[in-house]
Design a protein around this ligand. Structure first.
Ligand code: ADP
Length: 934
C-alpha cells in the first residue's frame, strides 16, 4: 500500500467521525511526515507531547512546556479549545500508559470527550509496540506504517545521494526494511566504504544482505533462512519433487506463463510425520526457485493484545511481499490453531486464518508459500479444502526405496562410499525410521568410527541404527492418529506409491478378499499392530505370511513357538516358518528343537545370526548346542570361530571345519595342533585353505595322508602357486607324494601360468611323463620349452627313444607355444623327426629358417609335407625346382600356391599335377583361365 493511501485513509477515518488512532511504528520521521500531511489536508494544527520534553513544537521539536512529562499531567492539561481543528500527537504511548492507571483513566475520559468533536479533532497515540488495554481498545483504531515500496526506497537513495548505477540493485536488496533501517544502514556503509559505487558493489550488497537478515530477525515475525540444501538432497518424495520442478519452471518463466493463461502458483501445504523432510523440502525449493527463503514462525505472531496477532501477520506478509519474489515458509502452521489460551483464542485463530486465506487468495506479489504442518488434526478444515493451496501433500515415513536413497545421501554427506556397504541390510534395519532418524544414526556411526580411528563399517552402522530410538516409537500414539487422518483427507502422497502406505495397509487388512490381506501380511513395512491382528486371520496363508514376516513382533513369534504338540493351536508347519524369523527367541527354539537336525540347520541360517553382538551373546552362554549352531551357521564371524576353536571341544570343532567360511586363523590352528591332525583331510575336503594355511600344511610332512590331502586340494580346490612350487622343490616332500599328484601340477594351466620357477623345478625332475605334460601345457614359457628341447637332445644322444619323441610331438602340437617362437621351431625341426615335423607343419606356418632346414635335409617325406602347407613363395619355388614328382604333386594341392610356382608346375606336363591344380579352389582367375587351356 502506498503512503498516500494511508494518509487518505486517516483523513477518511477522521472525516467519518473516528477520533482516536494508535500508530505503531519506530519510524518517527516517516510518522511525522504522515501526520503533517494529514493535518495539512484537513487544515488542522498538530499539538505534540512526548515523555521526554513534555509539550513541544511539532515542526522543530522545541520545548514549549517541559513540566508535562507524564501522561496524567498531559491529559489533564488538554482544554476544550485544544480539541478544535487540532491533531493531538502523543508519542511514547506505551511507555506512558503502561502501569499508569491514572493516565489510562484520564485518556479514557479524553476519548469520551472527543465524541463531541467528531471530524474536528483526533488523538494519535504513537509507539513502537502496541499497548491497548481493554478499557480503550474499542475506541482506538490501530494504524500501521507499511514498509516502503520500491519508489519510496528510490527516493531515500536519491536523498542520500547514492550513485545512480547502484540504485536498481540496492532498491531490490533493501526492500523489506523500513525507512529508518535503510537510512541507518546506508550511513553505516558510507562510514565503512566512503563512497558507495559500482567498485565496491559486491561488498556492499553482501553487507546489506547480512544486516538485512539481522533486521528482519529483529522484527520478530520473519527470519531469512539459510539455504545449503538442494533438491538432490531429498531422498524419495518423488511426486513432491516433480511437482516443485514444474512450479519452478512456471516461476522462472512467470511472464510467459501468465501470457499463456497460467496463473502464478500460490504454494503448497506439506503435512506429515516429523523428521521426514518437510523443512528440508522448503529449503530445497527455495534453492530450486533461486529465491530467498523467509521463514515465518506462526507461534511468534501470536500477541497478547486484541489485533496484535493480525497486525503481526499483516506485517510479516507485507514484509514478504516487499522482498518478493521469494519463498515464504510458514513453519508449523498448526501452531496458529493449537496452544492458544484465553477466551478469545478461537476468535483470534479464525481471524488470523481469515486474514491469511484472503491474502493467499488475493496476493499479487510473487510469494510462493510452503506451509508445513506435523499435526494436521489441529488444522481447520477450510484450510485443507481444495483450491486454498495449489496442492496439499502428505509426507509419510520413507518407504524401502526411499530409505535406501536417504542412506546414500547421508553416507555421501559424511564422505563415505555407499557401494562399500550392504545397503539392503541397512534399509531393512531402519524400517519405520524417519529421514531424521537415519541421518542421526549415520552421523553417530561416522563419529564413532572417527573416534576409534578406524573405518566406518557395516557393523558400526547397524549398531548405530539399532541404538537409535525412532521418532515413530517416541510419538507412537500421535503417529497412529495422524496416519488415520491423512488417509481420511485423501491428501496427495509426496512419495511414489509403488509401496503401500500405512493407511492403505490398515484398510487392506480389513478387506474381505484374503489376497489383499495376504499382501499386507507379506509387506515388510507393515506395522506390528496390523500383524497382531492378522495373526488371528481365518486364512492359513495370511497367518503363515504373518509369522514369516521379519516385522512380526517377538512376543507373537515366541507365543506361537512355545505351543506344545498337545495344544489346540499347535501347528507343525509353522515351526519351520518361525525358525527363520529373526525375532525368535533362540533359547526357546533350542529347548524345543535340539533333537531335530533339519530344524537345527534351519535355525543356523536365521538372519539375526548375522549380528556379531548376538553371536557373542550366544557364545557367552557357553552351551555346546549354541556353539554348534554357530559353528554350522553361514553367518559365523571370524571372531566367533576363534572363540569356538579356543573352547577345544572336539565335537564342536568337527562341525566348524565343515563350514565353508572357516577363517584362515582357525585353519592354521588346526593344521598346527597335533590333536587335530586326523581332522585335516575332512577340513580340506570342505573348505578352501588360504595360501598361508597351505604353505604351512606343505611343511607339515609328518602327516600320514599327506598325499591324499594334496591330491584332494589339487583336484577339488584351489592350490596356490607358492604351495605348488614348495612341493616340487623340496625332495623331502616329494617322497610323500606320488608322481600322479605332481603330474596334476604339471598339467594345470593355472599353476604353470607365469610361474617359471615351478616350470624349471618340474623340468629338473627329469621325468619323461612330467616332460610330456609340460610340453602340452599352453602356459609353458619359451625358456622352459627350449630347456625341454635340450633335455630331449641329451636323451637322443644316448639313443633314440620313442617316449622322448612324444615330448617333441607334444611341443609341436602346442600351437600357442610354437606359433610365435622361431627358435623353438628351428630346434624341433633340427631333430629331423618326421612325427614332430609333420605336426609342426600342419599346425602353424613354419618360419622360413625352419623350412629351409627341411629343404636341405635328406628326407623327402618332410619336404612333401612342406610342399602342401608352406606359404612362403620362395620356399615353394625352391621345392618345385627340386623336380621331384611327389613333391610337385603335393605342391599342386597347396592352398596358397604362388603364380610363379604354378608356371613351374605346368612345365612338368604331368596330367596328375594338372588335374590336382584344377581341383585347387584357391587359384587366381588368371591361373584358372590358363589351366582351362591345358
Ligand atoms: P520435518 O520438517 O519433516 O520435521 P526435516 O526436514 O527437518 O523434518 O528433517 C530433518 C533432517 O532429517 C533433515 O535435515 C535431513 O537431514 C533428514 N531428512 C529427513 N527426511 C529426509 C529425506 N527424505 N531425505 C534426506 N534427508 C532427510
Amino acid at each position: 500500500m502506498k503512503e498516500q493511501n494511508l494518509t487518505q485513509q486517516i483523513i477518511d477515518y477522521i472525516q467519518a467521525g473516528y477520533t482516536a488512532f494508535y500508530l505503531k511504528t519506530t519510524e518517527l520521521a516517516r510518522a511525522d511526515r504522515l501526520i503533517s500531511e494529514v493535518a495539512n489536508q484537513l487544515r488542522f494544527n498538530v499539538i505534540e507531547y512526548n515523555l521526554a520534553y513534555g509539550r513541544v513544537k511539532f515542526e522543530n521539536k522545541e520545548s514549549i512546556d517541559d513540566s508535562l512529562t507524564s501522561f496524567e499531567k498531559i491529559f489533564n492539561h488538554l482544554r476544550h479549545e485544544d480539541l478544535e481543528n487540532n491533531l493531538i500527537l502523543i508519542k511514547d504511548a506505551k511507555l506512558g500508559l503502561e502501569n499508569n492507571p491514572v493516565a489510562l483513566a484520564r485518556l479514557k475520559y479524553l476519548l469520551d470527550t472527543l465524541n463531541d468533536y467528531k471530524g474536528e479533532s483526533a488523538v494519535i497515540l504513537q509507539s513502537a509496540d502496541v499497548y491497548l488495554p481493554n478499557e480503550i481498545e474499542p475506541l482506538v483504531t490501530l494504524l500501521e506504517l507499511l514498509l516502503p515500496d520500491q519508489n519510496q526506497i528510490q527516493a531515500v537513495l536519491k536523498q542520500e545521494k547514492i550513485a545512480n548505477e547502484l540504485t536498481d540493485r540496492l532498491t531490490t536488496t533493501l526492500s523489506g526494511l523500513n525507512e529508518l533501517d535503510i537510512q541507518q544502514l546506508l550511513n553505516l556503509l558510507k562510514n565503512k566504504y566512503g563512497k558507495l559505487n559500482a567498485e565496491n558493489e559486491k561488498a556492499i550488497l553482501a553487507e546489506i544482505q547480512q544486516q538485512k537478515e539481522q533486521i528482519i530477525a529483529k522484527s520478530g515475525v520473519l527470519e531469512m533462512a539459510k539455504v545449503n540444501e538442494e533438491i538432490e538432497d531429498i531422498g524419495g518424495l518423488e511426486k513432491l519433487k516433480a511437482w516443485l520442478q514444474d512450479q519452478s519452471y512456471i516461476v522462472k518463466n512467470l511472464q510467459a506463463a501468465k501470457e499463456f493463461g497460467v496463473k502464478a502458483p500460490k504454494g503448497t501445504l506439506i503435512a506429515g510425520m516429523p523428521g521426514c523432510g518437510k523443512s528440508l523440502t522448503a529449503k530445497a525449493a527455495a534453492a530450486l526457485f533461486q529465491q530467498p527463503l523467509l521463514r515465518l514462525d506462526i507461534g511468534s505472531l501470536l500477541g497478547k493484545y486484541v489485533g496484535e496477532s493480525e497486525t503481526n501477520m499483516r506485517k510479516a506478509l507485507a514484509m514478504a511481499e516487499s522482498i518478493s519474489p521469494c519463498v515464504l515458509w510458514v513453519d508449523e502452521l498448526e501452531k496458529a490453531f493449537v496452544g492458544m489460551t484465553g477466551n478469545n483464542a478461537s476468535e483470534v485463530s479464525s481471524r488470523l486464518l481469515g486474514y491469511f486465506l484472503t491474502w493467499l487468495q488475493e496476493k499479487s506479489a510473487p510469494v510462493f508459500i510452503i506451509a508445513t504442518a506435523n499435526d494436521i488434526t489441529a488444522l481447520p478444515p477450510e484450510l485443507l479444502r481444495k483450491g486454498r493451496f495449489d496442492e496439499i501433500f502428505y509426507v509419510g515415513f520413507p518407504t524401502k526405496k526411499e530409505r535406501k536413497k536417504i542412506i546414500e545421501i547421508h553416507l555421501a554427506k559424511a564422505k563415505q562410499k555407499a557401494s562399500q556397504f550392504d545397503l539392503d541390510e541397512l534399509v531393512a534395519e531402519c524400517r519405520d525410521y524417519a529421514g531424521a532418524d537415519i541421518e542421526n544414526a549415520i552421523f553417530y556411526a561416522v563419529k564413532k568410527a572417527f573416534i576409534q580411528q578406524g573405518k566406518l563399517t557395516q557393523e558400526l552402522l547397524l549398531e548405530a541404527i539399532r541404538n537409535t530410538t525412532p521418532l515413530r516409537k517416541t510419538l507412537k500414539d500421535k503417529v497412529g492418529e495422524y496416519e488415520k487422518k491423512f488417509d481420511e483427507l485423501y491428501l496427495s502422497p509426496a512419495s511414489e506409491n509403488d509401496d503401500l502406505s500405512i493407511p492403505q495397509m490398515i484398510k487392506m487388512a480389513e478387506d474381505t478378499n484374503y489376497l489383499e490381506r495376504l499382501k499386507v501380511a507379506k509387506n515388510e513395512d507393515v506395522t506390528e499392530e496390523i500383524l497382531e491382528k492378522l495373526a488371528k486371520d481365518e486364512n492359513l496363508d495370511v497367518r503363515k505370511a504373518v509369522f514369516s514376516n521379519p516385522r512380526c513382533p517377538a512376543k507373537l513369534v515366541n507365543w506361537k513357538l512355545q505351543l506344545d504338540r498337545e495344544d489346540e493351536e499347535y501347528d507343525e508347519e509353522f515351526e519351520k516358518i518361525l525358525l527363520s524369523n529373526p525375532n525368535i527367541s533362540f533359547e526357546l527354539a533350542m529347548k524345543k528343537l535340539c533333537d531335530n537336525d533339519d530344524y537345527f540347520d534351519l535355525l543356523s541360517e536365521n538372519i539375526s545370526l548375522k549380528n556379531n553382538n548376538f553371536q557373542n551373546t550366544l557364545l557367552d552362554l557357553d552351551d555346546e548346542d549354541f556353539d554348534i549352531l554357530l559353528a554350522i551357521s553361514p553367518y559365523v564371524s571370524e571372531n566367533s570361530q576363534v572363540r569356538i576353536y579356543e573352547r577345544n571341544n572336539r565335537d564342536v570343532i568337527k562341525y566348524l571345519i565343515e563350514n565353508e567360511r572357516l577363517c584362515e586363523s582357525v585353519q592354521i590352528s588346526i593344521i598346527q595342533n597335533s590333536d587335530y591332525y586326523d581332522l585335516i583331510s575332512d577340513m580340506v575336503d570342505n573348505v578352501d585353505l588360504s595360501e598361508k594355511a597351505q604353505n604351512i600344511l606343505v611343511e607339515e610332512t609328518k602327516l600320514d595322508d599327506y598325499e591324499d590331502i594334496f591330491n584332494s586340494i589339487i583336484e577339488n580346490k584351489k592350490l596356490y602357486k607358492s604351495s605348488a612350487t614348495m612341493i616340487v622343490s623340496n625332495p623331502d616332500i616329494l617322497e610323500y607324494i606320488t608322481f600322479e599328484t605332481i603330474k596334476l601340477i604339471a598339467s594345470s594351466e593355472e599353476l604353470i601360468k607365469e610361474n617359471i620357477n615351478l616350470q624349471l623345478e618340474l623340468i629338473n625332475l627329469d621325468d619323461i611323463g612330467l616332460m610330456q605334460d609340460l610340453a602340452e601345457n599352453p602356459n609353458l614359457c619359451n625358456e622352459s620349452a627350449l630347456m625341454i628341447v635340450n633335455k630331449v637332445k641329451e636323451q637322443f644322444e644316448k639313443g633314440y627313444d620313442e617316449d622322448w619323441d612324444n615330448v617333441l610331438v607334444n611341443l609341436s602340437n602346442n600351437t600357442i607355444l610354437v606359433e610365435n617362437n622361431k627358435s623353438l621351431q628351428i630346434e624341433i625341426v633340427k631333430f629331423e623327426e618326421s612325427a614332430a615335423i609333420s605336426q609342426l607343419i600342419e599346425n602353424i606356418q613354419l618360419c622360413k629358417e625352419a623350412a629351409d632346414i627341411i629343404l636341405n635335409s635328406p628326407y623327402d617325406c618332410d619336404k612333401e609335407m612342406l610342399a602342401e602347407y608352406i606359404y612362403d613363395p620362395q620356399i615353394q619355388l625352391r621345392l618345385s625346382k627340386l623336380k621331384n614328382n611327389k613333391i610337385n604333386r603335393r605342391l599342386s594341392e597347396n592352398k596358397n600356391l604362388h603364380d610363379s610356382v604354378i608356371f613351374q608346375l605346368l612345365k612338368t606336363n604331368d596330367s596328375e599335377i594338372i588335374a590336382k591344380l584344377k581341383l585347387n579352389g584357391n587359384l587366381s582367375e588368371k591361373m584358372k583361365r590358363k589351366l582351362v587351356k591345358c
